[in-house]
Each structure stands twice: as C-alpha cells, then as structure tokens.
Design a protein around this ligand. Structure first.
Ligand SMILES: *Cc1c(COP(=O)(O)O)cnc(C)c1O
Length: 405
C-alpha cells in the first residue's frame, strides 16, 4: 500500500530514518551528554537485538515467563447484541502482570543485560510502568530505581507496595507538582549522572530516539500474533482494528502488524469530560506540533507553550502528547485518530464485563467503546480490538466513583 508517497511494503526499513525521524516527527532533543548515552543504546540495539541469541532468548521468555501468545477472543454475545458486525479482542490482559507493558520492559531489560548494565532507571505516574519494570528487573536480577512523584506515591499505594515487593527502589520526587512530569525530569537527571552503569527505560513509544522505535519493535509481537490468529480463526483479515492511544505503545505494536493491509485502523484518544483544554488528553485531535520530553510530535500546550494539564478517567492515557510515529501516521492519513469520552468508556467497561466475562482496564475500555460505536455504524464486517490490559487495578476507583451497576 502506498499513501502520500509512503510505501508500507518497505515502511519499517525507512521509518524512523537514522536520525530517528518519522517524517517531521521524532528526533532526540536532549543534552550532548544524554545524546552520547542514547547513541550507545542505539548502536547496541542495532547489533545485539538483531542477533540470533537475543531473539531466541526473548522468544523463550515471552513463551515461558509472559505466557505468550495471548489469545484472540470472539465477543459473541456483545456482537449479537449489536447486530451483524463481529467483534474480537486481542487479549493483552492475559499477558503476565496484566497488560501489554511487560512486552517492551522485558525487551529493554534484556538489552540492558546484554549491554553489561547493572541497573535500570524509569519513571512512573500511576505506577503501571514502574510495576512492569520492577518485574523485568527482578527476572533478570538487575537493580531498579523507579522515580515517582510524592502525589502519585500517595494515590498509588498498592503499586508502590508491588514495586517494593519486587525489589525495586522507589525514589520519591518532591519537586514542583510532584507528579509524572517531575518524575521524568528527575529520572533523566539521574540517568545523565549514571549512564555508564545503567539504562533508562521509557514506558511508551515516546522520548528521544531510539525509544519510539525500540518500544514499537518490542510491541510488534502483539500485531504479528493478532494478525495470524485472526486469519486462522476466520480465514480473512478484519475490516477494522482499534486500539487506545496514551503515549501509544500498545497501539504502535498492534498497528504495525496491519499497516500494509487493506484494513481500516483507528487510534482512540481520551476525550475525558469534554473538549476544553484540561478536560481531556486528546493530543493528536486538538494539539499542535512541538517538542517535549526529548522528541518532536503533536502536543497539547498551555498559553506559555509548555505541556498543558490533561485529564482522563484512565490514568494510563493522560499524557499531553503521543509518540512521533502516531503523529506521522495521523498526518499521512494511514491511521484515523478519534476520541471517546469518559461516559461511553465506563458504559463499555460494564458491558464487556457483563456480556463477555472480561473486566478491561479503563484505558482499554476506550478502544472497546469505539469498537461498539464502529460496529453500529458499519452494519456488517469484523472489528479486532486490542484489549491492552485488565481492570483489576481499577476496581477500587470504579467501585468508589461509579458503584456496582
Ligand atoms: C499504560 C497503559 C496504556 C497506555 O499506554 P500506551 O503506551 O498508549 O499503550 C493503555 N492500556 C493499559 C492497560 C496501560 O496500562
């Protein structure tokens, strides 16, 4: 498939380019010191990650530790209720630790091990990336420092406990608002000092090159499996696929299996409470081009041009930008980015639980809600949704805010 001059047959050879750009988006907007560190990671990635030994080890870990491949399930009762469109979900909720995040964390920490590093550093907001990193670090016997704002530490006590039980060192960040932004700054500052002995592991397809590429590649397994499983189950490709987009890692991996296929692709951002700045985190829908956290992409800015405050009912989606590859696929028109609000998300959350026996993560419920909307509009055909994670982590919040419906 060729679209606006981009050939999707050879897409992965050409994007990103060797400076880390997807068209105008991406790059590495960081200090000279950190640039050297990123180049070391890039070089290692291009040699080590292509080696037969690394690939074989990652494959074994995915099978024997993570429980891959995760299945694709047909949502028969939900499909019947909606009409003639058949809905399916790729079950990343069944990946070890309950979400897709472990896919790239295991890849990043295995790379760190091959590079001879002793420690991994990461930031976390709601704690999901921190738990996945702590899990990977425990598996490989690495030291692990997780930077987390004081405010988030207070709100996310169970995840803080999980990280500590897994042996990670949770470093409290008290600066500024003491949330994710300050945690990212503190983690980068620590990394600049310690990069000889450790690597920094980013939680999504964001940050400076090579992270958007590496994280996408480690998540590619989701799209690759899903495509083969769907073909095997039905004998054809889905008409449409859907994933939620925060930073965009689950979507990037899932989409990467289908970019060269005649399949409509939808990336869903959170519309939260509404369209006013501060009430949503739909950066591709309402944002403009800019640089943050070391990369150029489309982002939501405040009146000073700084990253704007964002909101979503799903803490994993409230990020003021999206990965550079999503900005590129958006500009090209290969992926259609659309939005779903809190209300439709919560309805879909209960609907999937009641009709299918699957409690989704609130993040993933955004994709389910959009799949339901799409099914009503399409009238016939099939839709494959990436169920990025399970809802166990959201139970207390759901019960407190929405009750038991
Ligand atoms: C973190 C998270 C997301 C959002 O991250 P992406 O990088 O956009 O995939 C989505 N779903 C779940 C379950 C998550 O934990």
């Amino acid at each position: 498939m060729i679209l606006n001059g981009v050939d999707f047959e050879t897409y992965f050879k050409n994007y990103p380019d060797d400076k880390g750009y997807f068209g105008p988006y991406g790059g590495a907007y960081i200090s000279e010191e950190l640039k050297a560190a990123m180049e070391e990671i890039s070089t290692a990635y291009f040699t080590i990650a292509q080696s037969r030994q690394f690939i074989a080890e990652l494959r074994r870990i995915r099978k024997e530790f993570q429980g891959r491949p995760t299945p694709v399930s047909h949502l028969e009762r939900l499909s019947n209720k909606l009409g003639n469109v058949q809905l399916y979900v790729k079950r990343e909720d069944l990946n070890h630790t309950g979400a897709h995040k472990l896919n790239h964390c295991m890849g990043e920490v295995l790379l760190a091990k091959y590079m001879g590093k002793k420690k991994v550093i990461a930031e976390t907001g709601a704690g999901q990336h921190g738990v996945a990193m702590a899990t990977a670090a425990a598996y490989f016997g690495m030291e692990c420092d997780i930077y987390m704002g004081t405010e988030d530490i207070k709100k996310q006590a169970p995840n803080v406990a999980r990280m500590k039980i897994l042996g990670a060192n949770v470093v409290e960040v008290t600066a500024g608002q003491a949330t994710l932004k300050e945690a990212v700054d503190a983690a980068f500052a620590a990394y600049a000092k310690e990069y000889k002995d450790c690597i920094y592991c980013i939680g999504s397809v964001v940050g400076p090159h090579p992270f958007p590429m590496m994280v996408r590649d480690f998540q590619h397994v989701v799209g690759e499996e899903a495509r083969a499983q769907f073909l095997d189950m039905t004998g054809h490709l889905p008409d449409a696929i859907v994933a939620c987009v925060g930073g965009g890692s689950n979507a990037a991996g899932f989409f990467s299996g289908f970019l060269n296929d005649p399949v409509d692709i939808y990336g869903i951002e959170p519309l939260g409470r509404g369209t006013a700045l501060g009430d949503h985190a739909a950066s591709l829908q309402y944002g403009t081009e800019g640089v943050m956290h070391g990369f150029n992409s489309i982002m939501l800015k405040d009146e000073n041009g700084d990253p704007a405050p964002v909101y979503s009912v799903a803490s994993g989606l409230d990020y003021p930008s999206s990965g550079p590859e999503h900005a590129f696929l958006h500009t090209l028109g290969r992926v259609k980015y659309d939005v779903i609000n809190d209300e439709d998300t919560i309805d879909a959350f209960y609907e999937l639980a009641r009709l299918e026996g699957i409690i989704p993560a609130i993040e993933s419920a955004h994709a389910v809600a959009y799949g339901i909307k799409l099914a009503k509009k399409m009238g016939k055909g099939s839709v494959l949704i990436n169920l990025s994670g399970r809802g166990d982590k959201d139970m207390d919040y759901i019960i407190e805010k929405y009750g038991i419906r």
